[in-house]
Design a protein around this ligand. Structure first.
Ligand SMILES: [Zn+2]
Ligand SMILES: [Zn+2]
Length: 258
């Protein structure tokens, strides 16, 4: 099983356009963060999670050009805005149609933003074409891969939290959430990798801050925990050395194979 962190930044990316950089050390490439998304490979299967505004650049940077399924965690712009560029992924699928899984909110937003991509086949050659599916609590594939899901609180909306199991490994991906549900805790408990939302140092109404992310990491007892979706308040060089063992900040381009 492998995860590539294609982006690890908050909704505006890091640094933010036209905003003073504070003490953030921009000479460290690990502090340059595109919008959060990830690519997982397991048992010969490729799973793309989210596609934000820099999706094309992230695919090129990480040599990613296809996926067997796409999962949208929720309909916020920083996760959905790059979905038009999934057209190349559709080109590589039988019938040029890509299976797209999300929760109710995510599917609503896809229908509103990409109505031209919802037919049985691409509207024109090279257009994206999505087969929308509501993510069930458990999804099983013929290759033995299993995806568990639950909806996590994210301010006024819900985010899909997912745990991917295959090849005897388990990975949980919980971005954009203020806390975990009991089922999500169970899904990620003792996982090989847990990826957790960690927006910034100060508390936030719809995201976990560093303190909450650290408490959650402790509770889950994953073999390794990676934090994602960080703002410019988290300087990698300053905070990474302060983290407990087996807990790390992810950074753009980080690839982890287990
Ligand atoms: Zn986000
Ligand atoms: Zn969000």
């Amino acid at each position: 099983m492998k995860i590539i962190f294609m982006g690890t930044g908050t909704s505006q990316g890091v640094p933010i356009i036209g905003k003073k950089r504070g003490s953030l050390d921009l000479s460290n490439p690990k502090n340059w963060r595109n919008r959060s998304c990830a690519h997982v490979e397991v048992a010969g299967m490729k799973i793309q999670i989210d596609a934000g505004p820099e999706f094309r650049i992230q695919c090129l940077a990480n040599n990613i050009s296809s996926a067997d399924i796409f999962i949208l965690t929720h309909g916020h712009a920083d996760h959905i805005a790059g979905m038009d560029d999934l057209r190349r992924f559709c080109d590589n699928m039988p019938g040029n149609v890509l299976p797209v899984y999300s929760n109710e909110y995510g599917l609503e937003r896809i229908s509103a933003m990409f109505p031209y991509a919802l037919g049985d086949k691409p509207a024109s050659p090279g257009y994206p074409c999505f087969k929308l599916k509501k993510m069930p609590a458990e999804l099983h594939f013929e290759n033995g891969v299993k995806i568990l899901s639950d909806e996590l609180p994210h301010g006024p909306v819900k985010t899909l939290g997912i745990a991917i199991e295959g090849e005897g490994k388990r990975l949980a991906y919980y971005t954009d959430c203020h806390s975990l549900t009991p089922r999500a805790v169970e899904m990620a408990k003792g996982a090989d990798i847990a990826v957790l939302d960690c927006l910034k140092i100060a508390p936030h109404p719809s995201h976990m801050n560093l303190e909450a992310a650290l408490e959650t990491a402790k509770l889950l007892e994953a073999k390794t925990t990676y934090f994602t979706h960080m703002t410019s308040h988290i300087d990698y060089g300053v905070y990474e050395p302060k983290l407990p063992p087996r807990v790390h900040f992810a950074y753009d381009g980080l690839s982890v194979e287990i």
